[in-house]
Design a protein around this ligand. Structure first.
Ligand code: DUC
Ligand code: ZN
Ligand code: ZN
Length: 477
C-alpha cells in the first residue's frame, strides 16, 4: 500500500517546508519537493492513494505520554478502556500513547505489567507503550526493575502523594532512584506532599468545606513546590534522571528550571488543563456557593491553579523557554454519574482525573493561534520531545524517511467545537472542555501507513495499534 500526501506544509520540530510525503507500507519512504518524480516514476500515478494536503499542515502523529486507561482509582476505574480511549486519541490526531501499568504494594511488578498487556493487546486503535507505576517499593519490586528495560519499559513512576494507595516515602524514593541511576530508567514523579495534604483535607472536610473547589485549596502550590524540590534533591544525590509529571504550579517550574540551570537531568511535563483552566473557573462553575458540585469535572491532581496568581500564563511561558519540555494529558476520565458523584458531600471522595486525550493536539495548537508557541514548537512539545524523552524518536515524533508513517493532516482553517453534550469520542458523560471553540481541525490521521481517520470519521479497527518496545530516553548522557 503506497500513499502520497501531496502539497502539504510539512512541520517538524526543526522546521517547516512545502513537501510531498511518500508512504510505503508502514513507513515514510521519502519527503520530496512537491511534484517530484522518483527515478523517473510519476508518483501520483504509481501510488494507491493520494491525499491532497494543500493549505494544510502535515505533522508527525501526536504522542501522549501520560494516560490512564482503565485505571482502578478512587473506588472506581477510569471510564475509557484501551479501545475507547485510543479511538478517541486517534480522532484528535494522537497516534501513540504511553499508559501506566500498575504495581501496588504486595503485588509483583511483573504481574502488574502482564495485566496491562492483557488490557491493551488487541484492543488499541493506535500504538501504545507503558511506563511502570511502582506503588510498593520493596526488595522484590526493586529487583524486578532490573528486567524492565528488556521489556521495553524504560521509565517508572513514583508517587509522593496518595498515602495508602501509591505513596512512596523518602527512603523508598531514594532506593528506587538509585536503581534508576544504575539502569538508566527515567524516574517519573507525582510531586505533591501527600501526608501534609491529607491533614489539610481532613481539616477542610471537618469545617464543612466539602465542595470540589476545596480539592485545590487542600492541594496548595506549596505542597507541589516542596515535593518537587525534594524529588530533585534526592535525584541530585543519586544521579537519577527525573521527570516531573503534570506540573501545575509556577513555583514548581522554578524548581525544575533551577535544577536544569545547574546541569541536572530534570524534566517537566504540563497538561492542557494547567494552561487553560483555573481554580477561579471551578469557583464559578455554578451560582452555588463555592461553585457547587459542577466543579467535580475539574477535580484532578495536581489541581487547577489560581489564574489571579498567574500560573497559566507562566506555564505557557515555560513551554516557550523550555523550562517545561512537553505536554501530555494525564487522561484519567470519570463520568459524573456514578463516578465523580462518589464525592457528593465530600470532595476527597471525588475520583481524581480529567479526560483529554482527544483534545491535546487541538488545544496546544491554540497556542500557535494566539502567539504563545511557534508551529514547530507545537510539534516539538506534543510529539518530538515525547518521542525523544521516552525512547521512540526516529520511529516516532518526526517526518523523515524510515520513520513510522504516523501522520496527521491538520487544517488550520478548519474549526472544532467541543460543545455542550457529547461532541467528543471519549467514554465520558461530560467534558472538562465543554464550550471550547478550536481554530483548526484534524482532517486525516495515518497510523503506520493506514488511514484511520478521514473526512468520514474514524475508519480504523480495534487492534490496529501495536505495543511499542521503547529504548532509553534520548535526553540522557
Ligand atoms: N492524578 C489524577 O488527576 N488522576 C489520576 C492520578 C493522578 O495522579
Ligand atoms: Zn500523578
Ligand atoms: Zn497520571
Amino acid at each position: 500500500m503506497k500513499t502520497l500526501i501531496k502539497n502539504g506544509t510539512v512541520v517538524n520540530a526543526t522546521g517547516t517546508a512545502t513537501a510531498d510525503v511518500l508512504v510505503d507500507g508502514e513507513t515514510i519512504a521519502a519527503v520530496l519537493a512537491p511534484g517530484s518524480t522518483l527515478l523517473g516514476f510519476d508518483l501520483e500515478a504509481n501510488v494507491d492513494t493520494v491525499i491532497d494536503a494543500a493549505g494544510k499542515y502535515v505533522i508527525p502523529g501526536g504522542i501522549d505520554a501520560h494516560t490512564h486507561m482503565e485505571l482502578p482509582f478512587g473506588g472506581t476505574a477510569a471510564s475509557d478502556t484501551f479501545e475507547t480511549g485510543t479511538r478517541a486519541a486517534a480522532w484528535g490526531g494522537t497516534t501513540t500513547i504511553v499508559d501506566f501499568a500498575v504495581q501496588r504494594y504486595g503485588e509483583r511488578v511483573q504481574d502488574g505489567l502482564a495485566a496491562w498487556h492483557e488490557k491493551a493487546a488487541g484492543n488499541c486503535a493506535i500504538d501504545y507503550g507503558f511506563h511502570q507505576i511502582i506503588g510498593g517499593v520493596d526488595k522484590d519490586a526493586l529487583a524486578a526493575m532490573d528486567g524492565l528495560v528488556d521489556e521495553g519499559i524504560t521509565s517508572f513512576k513514583l508517587f509522593m502523594a496518595y498515602p495508602g494507595v501509591f505513596y512512596s516515602d523518602d527512603a523508598q524514593i531514594l532506593r528506587a532512584m538509585q536503581k534508576s541511576a544504575d539502569l538508566g530508567l527515567l524516574t517519573m514523579m507525582h510531586a505533591e506532599n501527600g501526608p501534609a495534604i491529607d491533614v489539610l483535607v481532613e481539616q477542610l472536610v471537618a469545617e464543612g468545606k466539602t465542595d470540589p473547589y476545596f480539592h485545590g485549596v487542600a492541594r496548595a502550590w506549596q505542597m507541589e513546590e516542596e515535593a518537587t524540590h525534594r524529588a530533585i534533591m534526592i535525584a541530585n544525590l543519586t544521579g537519577a534522571p527525573l521527570y516531573i509529571v503534570h506540573v501545575s504550579a509556577k513555583q514548581a517550574v522554578a524548581q525544575i528550571a533551577a535544577a536544569r540551570d545547574q546541569g541536572q537531568n530534570v524534566f517537566g511535563e504540563t497538561c492542557p488543563q494547567y494552561l487553560y483552566l483555573s481554580l477561579e473557573d471551578q469557583l464559578g462553575a455554578s451560582s452555588d456557593e463555592w461553585g457547587g458540585f459542577e466543579g467535580a469535572k475539574w477535580v484532578c491532581s495536581t489541581p487547577l491553579r489560581s489564574r489571579e496568581e498567574g500560573h497559566q500564563h507562566h506555564m505557557w511561558r515555560s513551554l516557550r523557554t523550555n523550562d517545561i519540555q512537553m505536554v501530555s494529558t494525564d487522561h484519567c476520565p470519570f463520568c459524573m454519574k456514578g463516578q465523580k458523584e462518589l464525592g457528593l458531600g465530600d470532595f476527597s471522595k471525588i475520583p481524581n482525573g480529567i479526560g483529554g486525550v482527544e483534545h491535546r493536539m487541538d488545544l496546544i495548537y491554540q497556542g500557535v493561534v494566539t502567539g504563545e508557541l511557534t508551529l514547530e514548537r507545537w510539534v516539538e512539545v506534543t510529539s518530538t520531545t515525547p518521542a525523544r524523552m521516552f525512547g521512540m524518536y526516529g520511529k516516532k515524533g518526526v517526518i523523515q524517511p524510515g520513520a513510522d508513517a504516523d501522520l496527521v493532516v491538520y487544517d488550520p482553517n478548519g474549526h472544532t467545537s467541543i460543545g455542550v453534550g457529547k461532541t467528543h469520542h471519549m467514554n465520558m458523560d461530560h467534558s472538562a472542555w465543554e464550550g471550547f471553540e478550536i481554530d483548526g481541525h484534524v482532517d486525516t490521521v495515518l497510523s503506520r501507513g493506514r488511514v484511520i481517520v478521514d473526512e468520514t470519521g474514524y475508519v480504523g479497527r480495534k487492534g490496529d495499534g501495536a505495543f511499542v518496545k521503547r529504548g532509553l530516553s534520548q535526553y540522557l548522557i
